[in-house]
Design a protein around this ligand. Structure first.
Ligand SMILES: Cc1ncc(COP(=O)(O)O)c(C=O)c1O
Length: 395
């Protein structure tokens, strides 16, 4: 009989994939589902990046690389962090990982003892709750509230710091809220972090997907923060490279050496020819990312006004990433039941907000990484379904 280590019970299966699997099963049965559940860009990887990978493969770039990542890539990342984020990292302060997901696991495994507390946003991308639990550490939620424009509240965080608190996670732009942390908020947080001697895990994977002239600020660029921050980023979202599995973490060199031990025993190194393509992605970028962002913004603008015109639903305009966090409290169903209802009746797949933490209850996450026509059709289906639900409730 199969038996499993107890630690596996501490990780929940992905609630995002659960919706996706159900949608795929419906499609196999002949239904047409509109997918708003998966957080992956729908664009192909830009041609110049694919070309670099193909050339690398043809040139025999098929072997293990340095476990830290190719030096030329670490150099390109250091230059990017300087150019775009005002950060001064040496290549030796950068570790290339198999996606940011691996970097998250490596960093949390490196810094958390059993019983340590990790401050995590609520709601947030699910790994930040599951990985600490796997490590027998304790994720402690701090709230990101719609009424505060999804900014964090430093005084609430202060009240939650205990002698077991080791670090705080920030995700800006945020998945699932689309909120972008303002410089003043980050400065107040930095003051608290220094006062309480904490570490910061700064997830910046959506940093390039930002709208309306908003500015992304890397917390490590604030005075006194570089030495206590893990700046986490990757190629997945900006360059539409989710399947390439390329991420990185920038941190003081002594941390990088220890993170690399985890990485050596986990994946050894990121994909060799993918790393070569990532060098091209960073060094040879033209307008590709800008064009994708322009299209995301067009879809976002349509969807936000369409949703706010639906009786019973509302949303803030996301400032970054490609998610709209839809307030559905007025429809009177739990977010999980509403997600099921919408999938089964309207054939639109949205993720229940509760998947991202208790603070997500009463919301649905809609990814607008889908084409414009599907967004228009999906919003029309959402409107019809909300009206039908309202009528049922009145009966
Ligand atoms: C906030 C956040 N961080 C990290 C990741 C994972 O990125 P990667 O594809 O680089 O593993 C995701 C993926 O959805 C995410 O939403």
């Amino acid at each position: 009989m199969a038996t499993f280590a107890e630690r596996m019970n501490r990780m929940a299966p992905s609630g995002i994939r659960k919706v996706n699997e159900k949608a795929l099963a419906m499609e196999r049965a002949g239904e047409t589902v509109i997918h708003f559940e998966i957080g992956r860009p729908d664009f192909d990887t830009p041609e110049y990046i694919k070309k670099a990978a193909i050339e690398a493969l043809q040139n025999g770039d098929v072997f293990y690389t340095s476990n830290f990542g190719k030096m030329e890539l670490r150099q390109a990342i250091a230059e990017k962090l300087k150019r775009e984020n005002g950060l001064n990292y040496k290549p030796e302060e950068i570790l290339v990982t198999a996606g940011l997901s691996e970097a998250v696991f490596a960093v949390l495994a490196t810094i958390l003892e059993e019983g340590d507390e990790l401050l995590v946003p609520d709601p947030v991308w699910i790994n930040y709750r599951n990985v600490p639990r796997f490590l027998n550490a304790v994720p402690v939620s701090y709230e990101l509230k719609e009424e505060n424009g999804y900014q964090l509240d430093v005084e609430e965080i202060r009240a939650k710091v205990t002698d077991k608190t080791r670090a705080i996670v920030i995700v800006t732009p945020n998945n699932p809220t689309g909120g972008v942390l303002a410089r003043e908020t980050l400065q107040k947080l930095a003051d608290l972090v220094i006062e309480k001697d904490l570490l910061v895990i700064s997830d910046e994977v959506y940093e390039r997907l930002i709208y309306d002239g908003e500015q992304h600020v890397s917390i490590a660029s604030l005075p006194g923060m570089k030495e206590r921050t893990f700046t986490m980023n990757g190629m997945s979202k900006a360059y539409s490279m989710t399947g390439w599995r390329l991420g990185y973490v920038a941190a003081p060199e002594d941390y990088i050496a220890v993170l690399n031990k985890f990485h050596q025993h986990n994946t050894t190194c990121a994909v060799s020819f993918g790393q070569t393509a990532a060098i091209a992605a960073l060094n040879e970028e033209g307008d590709e990312v800008k064009e994708m962002v322009k299209e995301y913004q067009r879809r976002r603008d349509y969807a936000v006004q369409a949703i706010n015109a639906i009786d019973g639903l509302s949303c803030l305009t996301p400032k970054g990433a490609f998610y709209i966090f839809i307030n559905c409290k007025a429809l009177g169903l739990s977010s999980a039941d509403l997600s099921d209802y919408l999938l089964e009746n309207a054939k639109i797949a949205l993720v229940p907000g509760s998947v991202f933490g208790p603070g997500g209850e009463g919301y649905l996450r809609m990814s607008f990484a889908n084409n414009y026509d599907n967004i228009v059709e999906g919003c029309a289906r959402l409107k019809d379904a909300a009206e039908a639900l309202k009528k049922e409730a009145c009966r």
